[in-house]
Design a protein around this ligand. Structure first.
Ligand SMILES: [Zn+2]
Length: 396
């Protein structure tokens, strides 16, 4: 497999064992999450060098990715706009508010970044089949990239996932398994399937070492788009926490390379009906406790027992961020407000970031001159029915 010059391998976050890039799952010794690692001294990357590259895909950050761009399974994901939202900034009482519109990725979601890198790893080692459970968007994205790479994909989605997710898994040629119940039921069915098929390789978040690695590039772009002015706060709608954990790594890497001096504070925004990260953050716990009866309209972030909960909490506390939950009504209202005032489309799950930002503002978390970035993880038209139903329930 063609790895980049500074990539030194995969390091287990629990036992520090190291592996080469061919390992595409958890640590064989202890089951810990594997983290791609780099020799940062060997990376010579100046602001000017990055600025001179065309803003065309996440693979423009090749030096900070495990695989060379030439071998990437890519549909030019990433390179999404960072949209100034002056009306929202005024409503929230902050200096600037911008939305990083990840809805403009090839399958309409930030998940494309992670799946591009993760599928590149499997294809590079000659794998034939990939499999995962997902709340929806990650499965659709996996089917797309697997199709492009000529791999079979086996996707497990809970029955509550959006119609467009399920339909597009089929359209991309994936083996679509709809599992009755919620996300945890889909994970159970996926794990049974995985155990029965030796040739399947997991694209499950934090099983593959490469999804959070791909999603980290969102924060590289945000920083570069702000002309290297580190934002004060970045708010991520959070289920499993892939994007946020990646964001923390990206922020640290930019600092390590001397490209910026500071890191932004990272915030996890969840729905009250399923907020294990917020619960743990508020109680000061180092890890999450499973939510027994999750219940939120935001199916994309309804992850009751996040496998990397501890790492999400670490990222939040290391960067001086926070965690905030709002109820479904507030989240849907926030999503509709963003659509009506700024013209941008967020799924209900993504709109948790907007609902959370409003709540943080009301709590006095911002003092008026901050630059706040909301990460819109998926385009609203994936769940137009949910947004419209909310409007109708309001008598519109
Ligand atoms: Zn280990």
């Amino acid at each position: 497999m063609a790895t980049t010059d500074a990539f030194v391998g995969l390091e287990c976050v629990d036992c520090d064992a190291t592996y080469d890039a061919d390992e595409t799952n958890r640590c064989p010794d202890c089951g810990g999450i594997l983290e791609p690692s780099y020799d940062y001294d060997a990376i010579d990357l100046e602001r000017e060098a990055l600025e001179s590259r065309s803003f065309d895909s996440l693979w423009r950050y090749e030096e900070l990715l495990p695989f060379v761009r030439e071998t990437a399974v890519t549909t030019d994901e990433g390179a999404t706009p960072l949209v100034e939202c002056p009306t929202l900034a005024e409503e929230l009482g902050v200096g600037r508010l911008l939305i990083k519109d990840e809805g403009r990725n090839p399958t309409g979601t930030i998940r494309d970044r992670g799946q591009s890198v993760a599928v590149t790893a499997v294809a590079g080692r000659g794998g034939t089949d990939v499999a995962l459970a997902s709340t929806g968007d990650g499965g659709q994205s996996a089917a797309a990239y697997a199709g492009r790479a000529g791999l079979e994909s086996h996707v497990y989605l809970p029955s509550r996932s959006g119609f467009s997710n399920k339909a597009m898994v089929n359209v991309h040629g994936g083996d679509m398994n709809v599992v009755g119940g919620r996300y945890d039921d889909a994970v159970g069915a996926f794990e049974e399937g995985l155990a029965e098929h030796d040739e399947w390789e997991s694209l499950q978040a934090f099983s593959t070492p490469y999804r959070h690695e791909g999603e980290k590039t969102t924060l590289f772009e945000i920083t570069e788009q702000l002309e290297w002015a580190v934002p004060d706060a970045v708010v991520y709608p959070t289920g499993g926490g892939v994007a946020l954990v990646g964001g923390c790594k990206a922020a640290t890497e930019l600092q390590t390379l001397g490209l910026v001096d500071d890191r932004p504070s990272l915030y996890a925004a969840q729905a009250e009906g399923c907020a294990p990260i917020v619960d743990a953050f508020e109680s000061g716990a180092a890890d999450t406790e499973p939510v027994e009866t999750p219940d939120t309209i935001c199916g994309g972030i309804e992850v009751p027992d996040p496998v990397a909960g501890g790492r999400v909490l670490e990222a939040i506390s290391e960067t001086g961020g926070g965690a905030v939950a709002t109820d479904d009504q507030d989240i849907l209202e926030a999503g509709v407000t963003v659509a009506q005032h700024e013209g941008l489309e967020m799924t209900p799950s993504a709109a948790a970031a907007a609902g959370g930002a409003w709540e943080l503002a009301e709590r006095g978390e911002f003092d008026g001159d901050e630059t706040v970035v909301l990460v819109n993880t998926a385009t609203g038209n994936k769940e137009a029915d949910v947004l419209r139903s909310y409007l109708m329930s309001q008598g519109v």
